[in-house]
Design a protein around this ligand. Sequence first.
Ligand SMILES: *Cc1c(COP(=O)(O)O)cnc(C)c1O
Length: 458
Amino acid sequence: MKTIIEPFKIKSVEPIKFTTRKEREKILKEAGYNPFMIHAEDVLIDLLTDSGTSAMSAKQWSGIMNGDESYAGSRSFFRFEKTVKKITGHKFIIPTHQGRASEKILFSIIGGKGKYIPNNTHFDTTRANIEFTGAEAVDFLNEIGKHPEQRADFKGNMDVDALEAFIKKTGKENIPLIMITITNNSGGGQPVSMQNIKDVRAVCDKYKIPLFLDACRFAENAYFIKTREKGYQDKSILEIVQEIFSYADGATMSAKKDALVNIGGFLSVNDENLATKCRNLLIVTEGFPTYGGLAGRDLEAIAQGLEEILDENYLHYRIRSTEYLGEKMINAGIPIIEPPGGHAIYIDAKRFLPHIPPYEYPGQSIVCEIYLEGGVRAVEIGSVMFGKYDKETGKLIPPPMELVRLAIPRRVYTQSHIDYVAEVLIETYNNRKNLKGCKIVYEAPMLRHFTAQFEPIK
Ligand SMILES: *Cc1c(COP(=O)(O)O)cnc(C)c1O
């Protein structure tokens, strides 16, 4: 088989800045050993997130010039609405400025104290928006999804039996909707199978509870279904996507992922009554229903991006480039969540640095070292991000996993960039015995990972 190449050529380039290790030592120290505080200009390869970091196509950029900026009834809105309807089949399409705005609107209406929202795994903004209303966000991930070292095709699947037991115990009247996140971002970017979506739908029908998708990476999930699930090999990505959405009553979407744009989102619903309530809230918080917090040009770029994301050659390259980085790491013995997910590689920091305990933040140590080694930026997803303190003893209660996420921006880096990232990681892994832990010297009361300051332990 021939090399899977980038399915595009490059028309516009953006230089990246090279620094020396000595310069990076100074930069990292000034950033309090927290890569979130490093200026993006001082990063060579930025794998902090795949959100809003995509490269737009020539057609998207021409859409930007072609955007209709009318306040009401803009032509760009109707193009956007038509495209989203083609993909989702949902009746009412509400534009928002990003995914969490859709979540805020939806859960403000259907959430509240005494309510429960099940999901395979809630993304952090989804959980926060649910809990902000007083409702509870509950996760029902399949057992295999909780084991980083075990390979399976659909590690994002919902545990349907546990879900049904929960409905029986809690009462369907306290569950305003059930959600499925495709792909499961917080669980390693792992896909959900069509069969699992159908099985959850059957439970929803039995108890008359609506099903919503957190659809940020719907096309990447569809590609996994096409290549891994029996019966889908000969279907087009569009057909698979349409089938996925056909089982749902609505969806929240961050266009910063699989719509290949830098800002945007939407909420889609079938229930007219709910749509009216959502639009009323949208007018107060986001904007008029035909722009919802976005410029007309943004709607144009989203519509174009949603068409491009369905291209199988693009998805083939996309999923392969993530897997390619994963394979290089596995071959070098670096412990990662297997198999590689759609949008990111997750390093298992506990196995990478067994000599550094969770309260000395092994993930943070890796994140700092790969910056020093090669100017690569990644993010810790472990005790820094999710650790809590015991109220009585003040001791850290670590989360189940200590991970480092390398998220791959869409259409931004080439294979040689990825080869370089693998070299930096392998070098860091070979030097792992010399890595030291770190301690926190400043932290904010909430979401501390963004602004915390660290010091290496000598
Ligand atoms: C990014 C993301 C969101 C939130 O979207 P924003 O555009 O960042 O507000 C919600 N769910 C999942 C699974 C995501 O990846």
